[in-house]
Design a protein around this ligand. Structure first.
Ligand code: ADP
Length: 273
């Protein structure tokens, strides 16, 4: 439900050594309402190159909305979202905020892949066509090259043998692995994962987490909204706890899970772990 005025969470506490290096993605003072409901109430977030950031928190706290703003799939009302310092969504001008055009956003979107809860594969394309579609359409190489790269990505997620099947012939875990291959085929700098395993039957979760663990080990920059706390604890470098539209607490995974500073974080973790 809606936050009562006296329940607005404390500002983010930064625990442990700050995550460091090149900032790839940044949200600063990000606000967003749907109608009367303010869903993001000043979110600050930094994602560094090669870092795996897990976003956790209760249902309805704004996690999905926030991650979708990072590649302009969702607009913001105020604040900034930046990809390597360039505005994603809005830039500030003397005349007020100005929407960044889709044309200007296209390169950013190419560099930031997205994997959705519901896979969102093209149902009438084969597995291989799903993976070759975007790089083919955008002329990322000759058709044979695009095909070879797509097959390499499918091998990486263990789906090359299914290249000629259609999504409906696959399990949810297989579909999600194809969706990951599709994101990888654009050779993105970062991939955003929005609850990638929450639509899966329990026995299919592990195969997707395994692929994500491998990508993390390879140094891919990843931001993931997840309910898999054990996975977040093991794989994430940095964990962000959101509640009621703000980042309540963030820190290295070991510290956030092992020694949470805020009562809200402790309460949430005691419920879900
Ligand atoms: P979480 O991912 O943490 O569960 P969400 O970002 O999905 O949170 O949602 C935060 C709040 O915003 C919820 O109350 C949700 O109902 C609302 N919300 C999300 N998307 C929309 C939308 N497109 N229109 C209206 N309300 C929305």
């Amino acid at each position: 439900g809606l936050a009562q005025a006296d329940e607005v969470p404390e500002p983010a506490a930064r625990v442990g050594t700050p995550h460091a290096g090149e900032v790839v993605l940044e949200a600063a003072g990000e606000r967003k309402s749907f109608g009367e409901t303010e869903v993001l109430k000043g979110v600050d977030l930094k994602v560094h190159r090669g870092e795996v950031v897990a976003v956790i928190g209760p249902s309805g706290s704004g996690k999905t909305t926030m991650i979708r703003t990072l590649n302009a799939m969702e607009t913001i009302d105020s604040g900034d979202v930046l990809y390597r310092g360039n505005p994603v969504g809005y830039r500030h001008t003397p005349g007020g905020p100005k929407r960044v055009s889709d044309r200007e956003l296209a390169p950013t979107r190419e560099h930031i892949g997205m994997v959705f809860q519901q896979f969102n594969l093209f149902p009438h394309k084969t597995v291989l066509e799903n993976v070759t579609f975007a790089p083919g359409y955008l002329g990322k190489g000759a058709p044979a090259e695009v095909r070879e790269l797509a097959l390499a990505q499918l091998r990486k997620v263990g789906m090359a043998a299914h290249a000629d099947k259609y999504p409906h012939q696959l399990s949810g875990g297989q579909q999600q692995r194809v969706a990951i291959a599709r994101a990888l085929a654009m050779n993105p700098e970062a991939i955003l994962f929005d609850e990638p395993t929450s639509a899966l039957d329990p026995e299919l979760v592990e195969e997707v987490l395994k692929v994500m663990t491998e990508l993390a080990a390879e140094g891919l920059t990843m931001v993931m909204v997840t309910h898999e706390m054990r996975f977040a604890r093991e794989v994430a470098d940095w964990v962000v706890f959101m509640d009621q539209g703000v980042v309540v607490e963030e820190g290295p995974a070991a510290e956030l899970f092992g020694n949470p500073q805020h009562e809200r974080t402790r309460r949430f973790l005691s419920r879900v772990m």
